[in-house]
Design a protein around this ligand. Structure first.
Ligand code: ATP
Length: 442
């Protein structure tokens, strides 16, 4: 099964989804860059989530807060103290750090040196703001996007004249000095989060928690993750994040085991009450009708963009033994199809002239490409045999292929091929935009 991951790593590099960062210098820790296809898929994922939160639910508004914030934010939120830390042992010789469960006989797994006792290492990424590098200029790259939401709780409440319950959604980068980044893009030091914070009355917190848990599970199912590969785990108190009164992790069955892709937390009044205490500003909510004043409870849904994208990629990856497309040479090796959900697929339509040495066919194919391009993310490909090209686009997850052939020149029709069913049908060129839209939006 681990093999599947290496195949996906290699496919995503070969086909322009994900590249190791700064590769010519040997890469950098666990940093990855998203290539032309990766960036389209990521944009689709974020857009679908945004639409789900903002358009499909009532009373949720968006926000885009700064990454750098006053360091007091992180003091108040508990992220600078022991709560947000990994317990690690350090090798006294090579200084490398490991999780206690990774070592045997108190010896460094790398150099055999002696290890220190377990100590807490904070995960916040430090930087300096301004020209002087001293304690006074220390700032932190945010470890979770939601603190920017809490900082703007009052601004949003007042400017948008909202009433509880309401939500604030945000997508953005977060940084954690993970000691053990691993499993490709599953655990990295720089990643993106899609977080929605739902502010509600404390007495309603559990009801809303259950509501959001259900909504979020359904979201993954609606995007093609099968029920058998998805589970929601109730986290016991001793394993919960330091701010959480209740926590459910939504996990996906990766080839290396179950892994969290989204956390749902009841943060109680942890954040707003601590920020009130530390800032001196009263962040309680006042209900005009009942005259009740209280700290709202916060139900948070927090998705990792790269982690969930990874789950969608793993779910899409299929190998078909013996091949499924006709080529001139018999296909002996397995054919790969990336059956990415149509809303997520980076390229929707490929335009393929049947042969490249017939100028009339090539000209027509280029014309069609130009007509379709403003409507869909398209790809034009004339290199190699048609069978080879079908295999290439299947491996890239392209949903539909428009093939221009000899018949096109006679009756102004093209062949439309479906990635998943491989069914081919003839469509009039003048109907193409309409037909493609229907297929992609149905
Ligand atoms: P883990 O236990 O795996 O470290 P977490 O419980 O600390 O994750 P949360 O703080 O709940 O994670 O963050 C919400 C989501 O952000 C996670 O479900 C995950 O999808 C994503 N995430 C967290 N840390 C990372 C990371 N280092 N790399 C990529 N994604 C991450």
């Amino acid at each position: 099964m681990e093999n599947k991951i290496s195949k996906i790593v290699s496919l995503t590099k070969r086909r322009g989804f994900i590249f190791p960062s700064s590769e010519i210098y040997g890469g950098f820790g666990s940093s990855y860059d998203f290539g032309p296809l990766g960036v389209e898929m990521k944009r689709n994922l974020k857009q679908i989530w945004w639409q789900e939160m903002i358009n499909n639910h009532d009373n949720i508004v968006g926000l885009d807060a700064a990454i750098l914030m006053n360091p007091k934010v992180w003091q108040a939120s508990g992220h600078l103290t022991a709560g947000f830390a990994d317990e690690l042992v350090e090798c006294k010789e090579c200084k490398k750090r490991f999780k206690p469960e990774e070592v045997k006989d108190n010896k460094c797994p790398e150099c055999g040196g002696k290890l220190t006792k377990p100590r807490k290492f904070n995960l916040m990424m430090k930087t300096f703001v301004g020209p002087v590098e001293d304690n006074a200029s220390t700032a932190y790259l945010r470890a979770e996007t939601c603190q920017g939401i809490y900082m703007n709780f009052e601004n949003v409440l007042n400017s948008m004249r909202l009433k509880i319950p309401f939500g604030i959604a945000q997508i953005g980068k977060a940084f954690r000095n993970e000691i053990n980044p691993k499993n490709f893009i599953f655990r990295t030091r720089e990643f993106e989060q899609m977080e929605m914070q739902w502010f509600c009355h404390p007495k309603q917190a559990n009801k809303w928690f259950n509501f959001w848990k259900k909504e979020r599970i359904n979201w993954y199912l609606s995007l093609g993750i099968p029920q058998k590969d998805l589970r929601a785990i109730e986290i016991p108190a001793k394993r919960r994040a330091h701010y959480a009164q209740r926590q459910v992790d939504i996990e996906y069955r990766f080839p290396f085991g179950w892994g969290e892709i989204e956390g749902i937390h009841n943060r109680g009044d942890w954040d707003l009450s601590n920020h009130s205490k530390h800032s001196g500003k009263d962040l309680k909510y006042f209900n005009q009708e009942s005259k009740e004043k209280y700290f709202p409870n916060i139900i948070e849904t927090s998705v990792g963009v790269e982690r969930s994208l990874f789950a969608f990629l793993v779910n899409a990856y299929q190998e078909i033994k013996g091949g499924r497309t006709k080529t001139t040479k018999a296909v002996k090796e397995a054919e790969v199809v990336l059956k990415i959900h149509k809303k997520l697929a980076p390229i929707k339509v490929a335009i393929l002239p049947l042969v490249k040495n017939k100028p009339k066919i090539v000209k027509k194919a280029k014309e069609i490409y130009k007509t379709l391009k403003p409507h869909f993310i398209c790809l034009y490909d004339q290199v190699g045999s048609i069978g080879r090209r079908y295999r290439r686009i299947d491996e890239t997850g392209v949903l539909l292929a428009v093939t221009v052939d000899f018949q096109t020149l006679e009756d102004k029709t093209v062949t439309l091929r479906d990635r998943d069913t491989m069914k081919q049908e003839r469509i009039k060129i003048k109907d193409l935009v309409k037909v493609l839209k229907e297929k992609l939006e149905s």
